[in-house]
Design a binder for this molecule. Structure first.
Ligand code: MTE
Ligand code: LUZ
Ligand code: MOS
Length: 751
């Protein structure tokens, strides 16, 4: 089935926040944000700005009727700065004017003075100064101290990976409408409608039922709108609440890049120990996460780094300690993979260091340590239905790894200034929110008298195709054509208390809830048919292909007849569903449990050619075997793997996020921050669907696919470093990402 949005996307008719028709009286908002990274506000004078043409309101923290607080995990983030600023881009005041231009013009007329305070941008420096968010988390398995004694080879090193700009096509934005009795209706580009609802209720000091949040779709989120859509929705709502006018706040690209947090940069020290057969006996790592100026989701991201610290490998003895470090950068946040990619990059670096020292192919170590059923993760969960070796072996066979290696060796032997490199990258990613209470969802289904169906769930469509999957679930459960089903907007008055669409669990959680609702209606409809046809057993009834079947025979009732008759017989044609993932639990006091419903596996082979004169490179091919389970939509799922792969490659290659010592974002525009385009994507991307039929907790056995493929992109780093080594054997230990052309060039000529 095609993505249900493909028609309107192609015609440019899909609606985003900035496309909503403008209501009369609308005021346009602009944010006055901190021009320095850390300081005490000594003067904030808005009188001149207020007198400018078109300017109606200038709102500061003093105007906030409720709590000036938007922090989710910790209350450490004001909606509008009060007394102090702690990152560049932090909102200080909100200007409402009759046009967007007038609002932006007024920004320059605000008089602002600060007493500057010391700025920290480096996580290790923050940790040394005690600037830590939450507490240091440590996961342990086995006995590392004892295990070092049994290791034949031990290596210690350091790895660093940088942040990443989300660069969703649609920037952050919201359009808020005042409703009678101090209520607010808001359209927000958010992955978390309930987060937005709670945030607004808190800042306005009103109960949640006064706030209605509506989401049609997002032009991309990638985690950047899991938490960070909230501040902008809150500001729009605050403006509408105080002015009693509709308020629209949509950030321009540069504002968005400057004000919002990104993927967390990490720095880590590691120690890895192997036995004679290259089995990893022990692994220790200390992670320093650059959290930025407030907690945001950083503690949860930190946790997922620990969960994925050993990637798809079994390591019997581990000690993994992670520190979330407070710096003066915009608060970093969720980004596809949620700390997992950083954890994986670091152990892949450790494995590479060992391989370089032992002068063997890193794939030998990787392969020798892949997870198997019955192995234990450092967090206590036991490996089940493991596909690590299966995807690895199939990738080697189907894509003929030996031939690839021979081709690369032959090429490198005959080319002086072009060198090829290869890397394998296995992945293992846990599906579920690691915060167990978040793992539930709701859905609401109406069948209308004419047999058409309206479906609401808590899932947010952001390009990943979740709404199409929801249509498939309903169509299949009712046995009707997908075009009878309409996916309604995600709205907090129809489906309440939603978890954000995140953790790749959107389709699983909401799909299951929807399935439960549809099944309940189907059961009522079948019971009605049983009664009307005087049948002994309800099992004789079947609904399929838009008809009512009895004992396998088509009756003269179509779906439409059935619905009309059932409605006439006063049968309830609406239903809600609730689903809570079974089995999941995690105890933070022992750091043990069963946090994930299941894991997703896969293996990628990356081939690259490096130009050793220029330091540039081209990816010849990426070959993947991915564990989709039984994919319910191969077109969409393949798209998720392609997109995730390329986004991950961008993170470790060309996306060069730079802040200076003053905490100013230097890569604050598309002229200085490059993401993969049609010229830099691999020339060839092959994706094979692993043939597997394990039962699992995925929706219709179709495994979550949103985040895991991003981590195939890590192969890009190690393919490039492999090629560099072919040119300059001294260029080893390259564990600093991203591998920009400049960094490659420096490595190629390192002495
Ligand atoms: N795909 C597109 N096109 N746009 C997005 O914003 N977000 C990713 C992934 N794929 C994203 C995407 C992230 S971060 C997550 S968590 C999942 O989609 C969320 O959707 P799901 O839970 O329905 O897979
Ligand atoms: N968000 C969250 C996530 O709150 N918890 C998670 O475990 C998670 N994992 C991935 C992406 N977002
Ligand atoms: Mo995705 S980082 O879970 O929004």
């Amino acid at each position: 089935m095609k993505n249900i949005d493909s028609y309107t996307h192609t015609r440019g008719e899909s609606i985003y926040v900035d496309d909503l028709p403008i209501l009369g009286g609308t005021l346009f908002a602009a944010i006055f944000d901190a021009p320095i990274a850390h300081g005490k506000i000594t003067k904030l004078d808005v009188t001149k700005a207020k007198q400018l043409a078109g300017v109606k309101y200038i709102i500061t923290h003093r105007d906030i009727p409720g709590e000036n607080q938007i922090g989710g995990i910790f209350p450490d983030e004001p909606a509008l700065a009060d007394g102090e600023v702690h990152f560049r881009g932090q909102p200080i005041a909100l200007i409402l004017a009759t046009t967007k231009e007038a609002a932006h013009k007024a920004l320059k007329a605000i008089v602002f003075e600060v007493e500057e305070l010391p700025i920290i941008v480096d996580p290790r420096e923050a940790a040394a100064k005690g600037e830590i968010i939450g507490s240091v988390r440590t996961f342990r398995l086995g006995d590392v101290e004892q295990a070092w004694k049994d290791c034949v080879y031990i290596y210690e090193g350091r790895a660093d990976c940088n942040g990443q700009e989300h660069l969703y096509i649609e920037g952050q934005g919201a359009y808020a409408f005042p409703v009678e009795n101090d209520c607010i209706r808001i359209v927000s580009s958010t992955q978390g409608p309930t987060q937005v609802q709670r945030g607004i209720a808190r800042v306005l000091g009103v109960p949640m039922h006064k706030v209605e949040v509506d989401v049609r779709r997002l032009g991309g989120g990638f985690g950047g709108k899991e938490d960070q859509a909230t501040p902008f929705a809150v500001l729009a709502a605050l403006g509408a609440y105080l002015s009693k006018k509709p308020v629209k706040l949509v950030l321009d690209r540069e504002e968005d890049m400057r004000m919002t947090g990104k993927r967390h940069p990490y720095s880590a020290d590691f120690k890895i120990g192997l036995d004679r057969n290259f089995k990893i006996m022990a692994y220790e790592a200390d992670y320093y996460q650059n959290a930025g100026a407030a907690a945001d989701l950083s503690p949860a991201v930190l946790e997922r780094t620990l969960f994925h610290a050993t990637n798809a490998y079994f390591v019997p003895n581990t000690r993994l300690s992670a520190t979330s470090c407070r710096t003066n950068l915009p608060p970093n946040t969720a980004f596809r993979g949620f700390g997992g990619p950083q954890g994986k990059f670091i152990i892949e670096s450790a494995i590479t260091m060992a391989a370089e020292a032992l002068n063997i192919d890193r794939a030998i170590i990787q392969k020798a340590n892949l997870l198997k059923d019955g192995d234990e993760f450092s967090y206590g969960q036991i490996v089940e239905n493991c596909e690590a070796e299966k995807t690895w072996n199939q990738a080697e066979q189907d894509y003929k790894i030996e031939q690839i290696r021979e081709r690369v060796a032959a090429f490198n032997a005959t080319n002086q200034y072009l060198k090829k490199g290869v890397a394998l990258m296995p992945i293992c990613f846990g599906i579920s929110f690691t915060n167990t209470p978040m793992n539930h969802a709701r859905a609401l289904v109406h069948i209308y008298q004419d047999g058409s169906v309206g479906v609401s769930t808590g899932a947010v469509e952001m390009g990943q195709g979740v709404n199409t999957k929801m249509v498939q679930v309903a169509a299949q459960t009712f046995g009707i054509n997908p075009d009878r089903i309409k996916l309604e907007t995600t709205n907090t008055t129809r489906v309440a208390n939603t978890s954000p669409t995140a953790a790749s669990a959107g389709a699983d959680l909401n799909g299951r809830a929807l399935q439960i609702a549809c099944k309940a209606i189907r059961l009522r409809l079948k019971a009605f048919v049983q009664k009307e046809f005087n049948l002994e057993s309800i099992d004789a009834v079947n609904l399929q292909d838009e008809w009512v079947y009895v004992d396998g025979e088509k009756t003269d009732w179509t779906w439409e007849d059935l619905i009309l008759n059932a409605f006439g017989a006063r049968i309830q044609l609406s239903e809600k569903g609730h689903y809570a993932t079974p089995r999941v639990k995690f105890d933070k006091t022992t750091e043990k449990g069963h946090p994930f419903a299941y894991h997703v596996y896969g293996t990628a082979i990356t081939e690259v050619t490096v130009d050793c004169i220029r330091g540039t490179y081209e990816f010849d091919a990426v070959h993947i075997v991915h564990d989709f389970g039984q994919s319910m939509n191969k077109i969409i799922d393949k798209g998720q793997v392609e997109g995730g792969l390329v986004q991950g490659m961008g993170w470790l290659t060309m996306e060069d996020l730079r802040y200076n010592k003053e905490g100013r974002l230097l890569s604050a525009a598309l002229s200085t921050y490059k993401v993969p385009d049609v010229f830099s994507v691999p020339k060839e991307i092959n994706i094979k669907f692993l043939d597997t039929n394990h039962s699992n907790l995925a929706i219709m056995k179709s495994k979550a696919v949103g985040e895991p493929p991003l981590m195939y992109g890590i192969g890009a780093h190690f393919a490039i470093t492999d090629a560099i080594k072919a040119f300059n054997p001294k260029a080893i230990g390259l564990f600093e990402a991203p591998m920009t052309h400049e960094r490659v060039l420096m490595a190629l000529y390192r002495k």
